[in-house]
Design a protein around this ligand. Structure first.
Ligand code: ZN
Length: 427
């Protein structure tokens, strides 16, 4: 039994708990980096694959000698090492987009995992509940919605907006019966967030920051740059209280921005899954689209600046996350998600099927077919084409096109061979 759904609540630690959790958060980061470095080192020096079982034993020994590791709950440390195993497994899995496990940087959000059997939740009243975490005691959180299942794991995290607790919950939700609603195709764009084939106007994400917030963010960034320069000049590069305050303010704004983006994505995907029986989307590999344009020293990339801007806007619309949500929501609301081959969807005429880049002349919003003269908004035309392709597959489930089972690859000779062929520091 694994977690099949998640719940996230805002947590309100006491001052003491705040300090303890912050310390743990940094320990988690350090432990991950040390464990990762150890694996890389052993592989490079002795061609030896280190896994969590062995590292867990070493962790137990280290806990006795190093206070800063000893203070972290043992279960959390082990959980991190197992997560590192999974990060490697995903990297080796050809069907998984994950890259090589990355070091956790200081500026990253803090996150402290706990296995489910070590946490206990009790409700205080209609609005508040608390969770007991090992070595921390009861942590209060705002019960903004019911848990609705058995807790499989818990994670305490801190971002620019403060602390949160999220639970992986096993709700045993069965897929809904087919809802019998109409089919649609969706063209996710950069400028327009989504064009649904059954609609006449694109669904646009509202700007994630107001004009005032944008001005404030710019001013804060400038202040930060100034304060960093000052710190380097007069303070030996040490960050002072004011600089930290500026960084925290920037973090709060960025978190607000991210939350608005998530809100848009959730509303869009829920609406698509609830009101359509068949949803066609393009099978795009996000990784390839957003690959850095910088290139190498011998082969410098083209249009680096433009590509960087495009990357930002693609990531702002979070295609991978949208797809993940559509996958589980379609199952939840009795809809079927189909991903279709993306080749030339923007150059194909939805009326006659003619493929011609000339139909998109002038790179404008207009699509004008060179054969039948069909005219339409280019994105809408693409969405209709995507719907047609989705219907042609007969509504067979998305899983037939993508999911290569995420199995653990055992440390066999075959794996070692692949490991040798992939550079150890590939990122
Ligand atoms: Zn045509």
């Amino acid at each position: 039994m694994t977690a099949d759904t998640g719940r996230k609540y805002r947590a309100y630690p006491t001052r003491g708990q705040d300090q303890v959790l912050t310390g743990w958060g940094h320990t988690v980061r350090a432990l991950w980096n040390v464990a990762l470095e150890q694996r890389v080192y052993l592989w490079e020096q002795r061609r030896y694959t280190l896994r969590s079982a062995e590292q867990c034993k070493q962790l137990t020994a280290a806990r006795k000698e190093l206070d800063w590791i000893g203070e972290l709950p043992a279960q959390t440390g082990q959980q991190i090492l197992r997560t590192l195993d999974r990060a490697y497994d995903n990297f080796w899995n050809p069907g998984h987009p994950a890259g090589y496990p990355a070091r956790k940087k200081r500026g990253n959000r803090l996150s402290i995992p706990f296995p489910g059997q070590w946490v206990e939740v009790r409700k205080l009243n209609r609005e508040w509940a608390e969770v007991r975490l090992p070595k921390l005691g009861w942590l209060r959180f705002r019960l903004s919605r019911a848990l609705g299942g058995t807790i499989r794991n818990a994670t305490v995290s801190r971002d620019g907006n403060g602390w949160h607790i999220s639970f992986g919950v096993h709700a045993e939700r069965k897929p809904d019966a087919p809802n019998g609603k109409p089919a649609c195709g969706v063209d996710f764009g950069v400028a327009a967030s989504a064009f649904v084939s059954t609609e006449t106007t694109p669904r646009l994400m509202r700007p994630t920051l107001t004009a005032h917030e944008k001005r404030r963010l710019k001013a804060l960034e400038q202040r930060k740059a100034r304060q960093v320069t000052y710190a380097k000049k007069y303070n030996g590069g040490k960050y002072g209280t004011r600089l930290r305050k500026t960084i925290a303010a920037i973090g709060r704004l960025r978190t607000r921005q991210a939350n608005r983006r998530h809100d848009f994505t959730h509303k869009l995907t829920t609406d698509l899954a609830k009101n359509h029986g068949l949803i066609g989307i393009e099978d795009l590999r996000v990784k390839n689209m957003t690959k850095c344009a910088k290139g190498t020293a011998e082969k410098p990339g083209k249009n680096v600046r433009q590509k960087a801007g495009l990357n930002r806007s693609i990531l702002d619309n979070t295609p991978g996350e949208r797809r993940r949500q559509l996958e589980y929501k379609a199952r939840m609301y009795g809809s079927v998600l189909v991903s279709v081959p993306p080749f030339h969807t923007s150059q194909t005429c939805a009326a006659c099927g003619q493929v011609d880049p000339e139909s998109r002349k002038g790179c404008g919003r207009l699509f004008a077919c060179t054969r039948c003269g069909h005219e339409d908004d280019a994105d809408h035309n693409a969405s209709v084409e995507i719907e047609a392709r989705a219907r042609r597959t007969g509504g067979s489930d998305i899983n037939s096109t993508r999911s290569i089972p995420r199995v653990r690859v055992p440390a066999t000779g075959r794996r070692r061979m692949r490991e040798a062929s992939k550079p150890a520091h590939a990122s």
